[in-house]
Design a protein around this ligand. Structure first.
Ligand code: M6P
Ligand code: ZN
Length: 186
């Protein structure tokens, strides 16, 4: 029997290796407008890495019926009182869902429905989260080590970043007296 390796997951770190992998990195400069405290952001090195993303895309983006597999490694850190976090998005095709599964570290999956109701699911190694359709999703690192998680989503889901850029989430996860607290935004 011949075993064809197309992609390998390192289940200790979450890193992907193999073919058909698309990679990206987000520094603080590229996340301008995402964090609440602009003064605190301006005091930090704009080239500081916040997270890296890898996506295994065995079919073209937009293909109906296919699946993508991703890995995200989010650094620990704060912008003022706000934890380092991913940009967050709705799916362009709103009814598409997704799975997130934590590999290492501690975090918060912040979920917001279209009525702007926000809730949090806590992430720890092994925690696996079903993100339903019509739900924006963003991850914050609440620990002091890297937070690594795997994701699986439909290849025709797409990313709608614009809605988040325009309106944000209706609550922010802040570090208050050392504890994560979801704070509603006016
Ligand atoms: C996960 C998946 C990806 C997403 C990434 C980073 O790996 O949901 O689709 O790109 O997290 O999140 P964002 O795109 O919101 O920056
Ligand atoms: Zn998604």
């Amino acid at each position: 029997m011949q075993i064809e390796d197309t992609m390998l997951v390192d289940f200790l770190t979450g890193a992907l290796t193999g073919t058909a992998i698309v990679e990206g990195a987000r520094d603080l400069a590229s996340l301008k407008g995402i964090f609440g405290d602009e003064e605190a952001l301006a005091a930090l090195d704009p080239s500081r890495l916040v997270y890296r993303v890898q996506a295994f895309q065995p079919v073209d983006e937009g293909t109906e019926g296919g699946l993508f597999w991703g890995s995200t490694v989010l650094e620990p850190g704060l912008v003022g009182d706000e934890y380092f976090m991913t940009q967050g998005h709705f799916h362009a095709k709103r009814n598409r869902g997704e799975y997130y599964s934590t590999v290492a570290g501690f975090g918060a999956l912040i979920l917001m429905d279209e009525a702007r109701n926000v809730r949090v699911e806590w992430m720890r190694p092994g925690s696996t989260h079903y993100i339903p359709g019509y739900t924006a999703h963003r991850v914050a690192n609440i620990g002091d080590q890297q937070l690594s998680f795997l994701a699986c989503w439909p290849s025709d889901a797409g990313h709608d970043y614009r809605t988040i850029a325009l309106h944000g989430f209706s609550a922010r996860l802040l570090c208050i007296e050392g504890q994560p607290k979801l704070v509603p935004q006016p």
